[in-house]
Design a protein around this ligand. Structure first.
Ligand SMILES: *Cc1c(COP(=O)(O)O)cnc(C)c1O
Length: 632
């Protein structure tokens, strides 16, 4: 309790690193949010959550800070603009938002609104996404790039959109699509500006490494590139080929890979130009990473470069190769979804229950009679010193496993086994405390730390709100949003409300790199303990699913207007139970009818009184209209 400070809180939770100035800890020990790193305005998150509760919007609630979206667009556009000025680059840069990252209506339309001054465009990867993009792009100068599989209907839609005057670039992802476009052209005379995605031999790094390389799912191999160019020439359509595209995967952790990919692509670009195509655009795909864990370690969750470095390296290399080959530089599109969307939203939830696995304070008699295994364990605890703590640890593990065998053979009573286990956990706690004092961080001790950690049952579903934590062990910053002026006195593992044993968060940010548990505060009876899960704006919001029928959480959209002043722009109530039931084809009326029949039967059989039957019916019906999460 002695040397805790807000500075220490920042070191433990690394808010200043991953928060990028959008998030910080204020003097009251609460997390606050700024619209941009240099803004004077900030909103206290704890205060906001309290005020939402007064509006009867309880946790879990997804909070979307739209100002952060605006700032992200400005950041990336400025970085490329700087690089363009510095290199006297003759082309333009346009950020594209790949909407698969977050298709929420307000996100897509805000991107368009805020991005207007930067020429922001949209990228669609499926027919459904294309339909969104076509309707929303009112400005004919807004670039549209279409990736993903394209059937005839897709090609027709794109052709018509082109005829309507939209700046639309369908990207040929596999060779057959080219034939579909040519056939469509022969029928209708319509040929939009085409893009072509190439397979690079450069592979990505980290989780998405397989997106690049020869075996990647999308893109034309080099022989196919040549075949496509010749095929277009044969049809007198080579002028339609306007854009070259590559995407080597998401969250690229190393700048080296970006540089390699650019060089390889530019060589292909220059060759296609030499073969006679009018390439005017280069689409460098997504992959610009964000720092989720604030460490500079070799993890998927962080990156070894800055935004400016990324933009500068790209612009510089394109410029160099174009100069060398004496060709005009292309305009640059980038499809950085994660970068644009990750920071703007967070989930705030509470912790209704905590359970601990360590010693439970069981009282037992002093085992000084006889030499039973209980006595051995007892003596181990009594004789534990800093010098023998490692040895005692190993002995205790062995005694415990022996005790279990004895119990299974019928030689140990239940009380004896209970005492053994209680003693075991007391020893473990002491050993762990010793290791901490001595700064001993062996893998054994790390495992022990996780074993001894408390289980914090948080009011949310990992599968609905944090799918990448479950699917790909992605780290997200998870920190209390208040009480940061108090030293966290517990070590915790956060689990969700689903019955799935996979509903556990396994990785957290740690002071010295990722770790398997997180320091949190004791939860005082009756008081809410709020934790925030940050940086979930990219992929999490729409990837989530209905495991255990936990539905969408409430979502509020906030615009920061001044010091603790904000406007709620929209407030969407989360799914009710009867809504999620319809997703799995249950019908409210039918359920009510079936329940009613059973309740009437129970009344008939005198198991329920009449008023009880009414109560049961009310409870059931209220349940159907309630939130899928834990309600107070
Ligand atoms: C997913 C995807 C993106 C977005 O990648 P981020 O890593 O989020 O920037 C961009 N382009 C294509 C083709 C994609 O498939």
């Amino acid at each position: 309790m002695t040397n805790w400070s807000l500075k220490k809180a920042n070191e433990v939770y690394k808010v200043n690193q991953w928060g990028l100035g959008y998030f910080a800890i204020n003097e009251s020990g609460n997390v606050c949010v700024r619209p941009s790193a240099d803004s004077e305005h900030k909103v206290d998150l704890k205060k906001l959550v309290d005020e939402l509760r007064q509006r009867k919007i309880n946790v879990p609630v997804l909070i979307r800070f739209m100002d952060i979206l605006r700032d992200r667009i400005a950041q990336i556009s400025t970085a490329f603009k700087n690089a363009i000025v510095e290199n006297e680059y003759q082309g333009q840069y346009y950020p594209l938002f790949p909407i698969k990252v977050n298709q929420e209506r307000d996100v897509v339309s805000s991107m368009l609104e805020y991005g207007k001054e930067f020429g922001l465009g949209l990228e669609a990867g499926s027919k459904a996404e294309l339909l969104i993009v076509l309707a929303l792009t009112l400005d004919p100068d807004t670039p549209i790039v279409c990736n993903g599989y394209k059937d005839r209907e897709f090609v027709q839609l794109v052709g018509m959109a082109h005829k309507m005057g939209k700046k639309i670039f369908p990207v040929i992802e596999n060779y057959d699509e080219l034939e579909t476009f040519i056939a469509h052209y022969k029928e209708t005379g319509i040929m939009p500006r085409l893009g072509m995605r190439i397979k690079l031999s450069t592979k990505g790094v980290g989780k998405w490494a397989k997106t690049g390389g020869d075996a990647s799912k999308f893109g034309l191999r080099i022989p196919e590139v040549l075949k496509a160019v010749e095929r277009l020439r044969e049809e007198n359509l080579l002028d339609s080929l306007n854009l070259l595209h590559f995407h080597i995967g998401s969250q690229i952790t190393k700048i080296k890979v970006v540089k390699q990919a650019i060089v390889e692509t530019l060589r292909v670009f220059a060759e296609i130009v030499r073969l006679g195509a009018k390439l005017e655009y280069l689409d460098i795909g997504g992959g610009l990473g964000v720092d989720y864990d604030g460490s500079s370690q070799e993890t998927y969750s962080t990156i070894n470069y800055t935004l400016q470095e990324y933009a500068s390296d790209i612009v510089y290399r394109i410029q160099q190769i174009c100069q060398e080959k004496q060709i005009a530089v292309p305009n640059i599109f980038s499809e950085s979804g994660r970068f644009l969307a990750a920071h703007y939203s967070m989930l705030i939830t509470n912790v209704p229950t905590v359970s601990s696995i360590g010693p439970c304070g069981l009282e037992f008699p002093h085992p000084d009679k006889g030499y039973g295994p209980v006595k051995e364990m007892y003596d181990l605890l009594e004789g534990l010193t800093p010098a023998n703590s490692q040895e005692s640890f190993h002995d205790a593990v062995q005694y415990r496993s022996e005790a279990l065998s004895l119990f299974n053979l019928g030689y140990l009573t239940l009380p004896e086994r209970a005492y053994m286990e209680e003693l075991y956990w007391r020893i473990m706690r002491k050993v762990y405390e010793q290791a901490q004092i001595q700064g001993l961080l062996s893998p054994e001790m790390e495992d022990l730390e996780q074993e001894l950690s408390d289980t914090y049952f948080a009011n949310f579903s990992l599968f609905q709100s944090l799918p990448d934590s479950w699917a790909i062990d992605q780290i997200f910053p998870i920190i209390p949003i208040h009480r940061l002026n108090e030293e966290p006195d517990r070590i915790a593992t956060v689990v969700d409300l689903t019955c799935d044993s996979d509903g556990v968060i396994d990785d957290y940010i740690g002071e010295d790199g990722p770790r398997h548990c997180v320091p949190l505060h004791s939860v005082h009876n009756g008081n809410n303990y709020y934790i925030g899960i940050f940086m979930i704006g990219a992929y999490q919001e729409t990837l989530g699913e209905l495991h255990n029928l936990f539905g969408d959480t409430h979502a509020v959209q906030i615009r920061i207007q001044g010091e603790n002043q904000y406007k709620i722009e929209s407030l969407i109530k989360g799914d009710t139970i009867h809504q999620v039931l319809t997703y799995v084809s249950f019908n409210r009326k039918e359920l009510l009818h079936k329940m009613r029949e059973q309740i009437e039967q129970a009344v008939d059989e005198r198991k329920l009184k009449l008023d009880e039957s009414a109560q049961m019916m009310d409870l059931y019906e209220e349940g159907l209209y309630g939130y899928t999460y834990f309600e107070e």
